[in-house]
Design a protein around this ligand. Structure first.
Ligand SMILES: *Cc1c(COP(=O)(O)O)cnc(C)c1O
Length: 422
């Protein structure tokens, strides 16, 4: 099936229940078991079915199946936010004493989570260059559990050298995790390039209207074989789990990564997505492919306008032929469409603030991926917790203005930016 069709039909049988055309919301905390044996079978995984909404929910299940197919994966696991999808993906494989390799161009929340918070759990993050992976392999050792990067990074809008990262990871038996939030499942599918695990903040383009926070983890088919081949390293999957009756995940014929994420992490940490948010995301997913075409077309037009404006020092948009990431965007993204994020450098810190304060149609918001166009000054907002050195390493300059281009008519957006810059 093609993506547009999957996004509308996969994972839901209209002939079930009352034949509802709109996927019903299972707004429930728990589920009645038929009898004690039924309950025991569910807990022992002899039978699959809902137990308690912290573990699974029929509405969330539809979204998980749909999203897994959309990303070309074997299974998906919804969590309460993009941040928790990153935390779960890392915590699923890494423990105290391990290290992970993270891209030098990441979302600010991912940077603080991966360099500060998980350090307190004894997991060390080492930084590699995502544009060409040149210093990746030399930092890998037998304690390296994962390589984490964003396919199209927020806010630097850098395109990862996915092919090089994946080939180094495969050569060294290290799991790859790609945050595909900005590119979206409509424009790019990391799994088709050999990535093992994909995470998303569904709060962004997947939702598309800024109406729900959510996160999702998708795994590729065949991860059990990968864990078995690297059995000494991925003992979480190859050794008995004392917290689940000694279950050995690689022996279970279900996609392992999401299974452990659900039975262990979701059970214990509880960052569960509400069924209502799953339902909202089911609605918005239906138009994802259409919206990404329009976001990308609008952004390209605005990036072209900005590159001709005398008050703009430089424009960063991978869909522009002048961009150093243009070739990678053409190679990886559907028809070279590069999503809706643009950043540009104003003439000074003050000039950047003036543009933000003068724009009328653009709302000053830290979110991205909304149908409404948004403008932000990362140095004073999303990335304000970072030190100057971290800011520079992450490519966030004091003069950087970031735009998330919405679905309005681009003529109106250009007119607004023109007056804000003058
Ligand atoms: C927003 C964002 C996140 C965090 O997602 P939340 O849903 O806000 O928790 C993670 N990664 C990227 C690339 C993001 O843009």
């Amino acid at each position: 099936m093609q993506k547009e069709t999957i996004a509308i039909h996969a994972g839901y049988d209209k002939k079930q229940g009352n034949g509802e055309m709109s996927v019903p919301i299972s707004q429930t905390t728990a589920y009645a078991f038929r009898d004690a044996e039924h309950a025991a079978n569910l807990f022992a995984l002899k039978e699959l079915g809902p137990i308690y909404t912290r573990l699974n929910n029929p509405t969330t299940d539809v979204l998980e199946q749909r999203f897994a197919q959309l990303e070309g994966g074997a299974a998906a696991l919804c969590v309460s936010s993009g941040q928790s999808s990153i935390f779960f993906a890392i915590a699923n494989v890494a423990s105290a004493g391990d290290n992970i390799l993270i891209s030098d161009k990441l979302y600010g929340g991912a940077v603080t989570l991966l360099t500060h918070t998980i350090k307190r759990f004894g997991i060390e993050a080492r930084i590699f260059k995502v544009s060409d992976a040149s210093n990746l392999e030399e930092q890998i050792n037998d304690k390296t559990k994962a390589i984490f990067f964003e396919s199209l990074s927020n806010p630097q809008i850098a395109v990862a050298d996915v092919e090089s990262i994946v080939s180094i990871a495969k050569r060294n038996g290290v799991l790859t995790i790609c945050d595909n939030t900005v590119a979206s499942a409509a424009l790019f599918n990391p799994i088709s390039w050999g990535v093992d695990v994909v995470v998303h903040s569904t709060s962004k383009y997947t939702n598309g209207q800024g109406s729900a926070i959510g996160g999702i983890i998708v795994e590729r088919d065949g991860l059990a074989e990968f864990f078995k081949e690297n059995a000494e390293k991925y003992t979480e999957f190859t050794q008995p789990d004392p917290s689940y009756h000694g279950l050995v995940y690689v022996d279970v014929p279900l996609p392992n990564f999401c299974l452990r994420g659900r039975l262990s992490l979701l059970r214990d940490i509880g960052a569960v997505q509400s069924p209502h948010n799953s339902w909202l995301l089911i609605q918005t997913l239906e138009t994802l492919a259409l919206r990404m075409e329009k976001h990308s077309a609008n952004a390209l037009e605005i990036a072209k306008f900005l590159s001709t404006n005398s008050k703009v020092k430089s424009v960063n948009y991978p869909g522009l032929e002048s961009s150093s990431d243009y070739d990678k965007a053409q190679k990886y993204f559907k028809d070279g469409k590069s999503s809706g994020l643009i950043s540009f450098e104003a003439e000074s810190f003050e000039a950047a603030k003036t543009v933000i304060n003068s724009a009328k149609l653009f709302s000053v918001v830290v979110n991205i991926g909304d149908s409404k166009s948004l403008i932000v000054h990362p140095a004073s907002t999303t990335h304000s917790q970072m030190s100057e050195e971290e800011l520079i390493n992450a490519g966030v300059n004091p003069t950087t203005v970031r735009l998330s281009i919405g679905l309005e008519d681009p003529k109106d957006l250009i007119e607004d930016l023109e007056q804000a810059l003058s």
